[in-house]
Design a protein around this ligand. Structure first.
Ligand SMILES: [Zn+2]
Length: 266
């Protein structure tokens, strides 16, 4: 089971691993906390953004081979202009949710599916979106309640990424609002990562998942990661998206695994 904050997070962080597990015959379930209704707005007339983004999520999940998609139904907490918690947010914002209640709802699905594995985020929530931090808290607790054995924190190995983005910046013009420096303290450093999953074979599915989230990739002036990533030239794209990274905290530092279900010591 892969737990994400908003539709499109699965495409950016774990799509290759999801497609790989589905291709191996595992039942892959995708759960989002919110419908992402405070994302970029480029709507068809008469349609709410949350509805559009859920449709996109179903299309992405289908491309990846997911067996089931669920939304916990919390409100997208949004981001303040400075990147912190937004002052104006919906009554049922995920960030204000009772952790125990949300975790119980997620644990119910974990139990129903008899899930072997739950994928969440690192404690910092990657780049720090409050809903992503909440995914960590709620996910941890849900795994405790349901007794899920393997908990993986989906992350990005920031070391090669920062190096690569700096090099790419010399030949490729990133949008001015895309600041490479934000990656220097986000996600995880190389030595803390326990899983490096080679997903190069699933690049096609991963790209299809990203393209399914059209409302987030085509909306006007945007600093959304997805819009930037879809513009990344082919070779760089394969390099950046050929691997997905996870941290499993119950393993000793120095554990180096290649598959979510690998055991350590090998
Ligand atoms: Zn998100």
């Amino acid at each position: 089971m892969f737990f994400h904050a908003h539709p499109d997070d699965e495409a950016l962080l774990t799509a290759g691993t999801m497609a790989m597990l589905a291709a191996e015959g595992h039942r892959v379930v995708l759960v989002v906390a919110t419908a992402g209704e405070r994302g970029l707005a480029e709507m068809r007339p008469g349609e709410a953004l949350g509805e559009t983004r859920m449709k996109e999520l179903y299309a992405s999940a289908a491309a990846l081979g997911c067996a089931r998609v669920e939304c916990l139904g919390y409100g997208d907490s949004g981001l303040s202009p400075k990147g912190g918690i937004a002052e104006e947010r919906p009554d049922n914002a995920f960030i204000d949710a009772d952790t125990e209640k949300a975790a119980t709802a997620l644990a119910d699905i974990l139990r129903e599916e008899r899930a072997d594995l739950l994928s969440i985020y690192d404690p910092a929530g990657g780049y720090g979106h409050p809903d992503h931090v909440q995914v960590h808290r709620v996910g941890r607790r849900a795994a405790e309640i349901a007794g899920t054995e393997i908990v993986l924190e989906a992350t990005v190995n920031r070391d090669p990424l920062v190096k690569l983005l700096k090099a790419a910046g010399k030949v490729y013009r990133f949008p001015p609002e895309f600041d490479v420096r934000t990656f220097e303290s986000a996600y995880s450093s190389s030595e803390t990562i326990t899983h490096r999953v080679n997903v190069r074979r699933y690049a096609r599915q991963k790209r299809a998942a990203m393209e399914a989230h059209a409302s987030q990739a085509t909306g006007g002036d945007t600093d959304r990661t997805l819009a930037v990533m879809l513009k990344v030239p082919g070779p760089l794209y394969r390099l950046v998206f050929g691997t997905e990274w996870f941290v499993r905290r119950d393993l000793p530092p120095g554990a180096r695994l290649r598959h979510p279900f690998d055991r350590w010591p090998k």
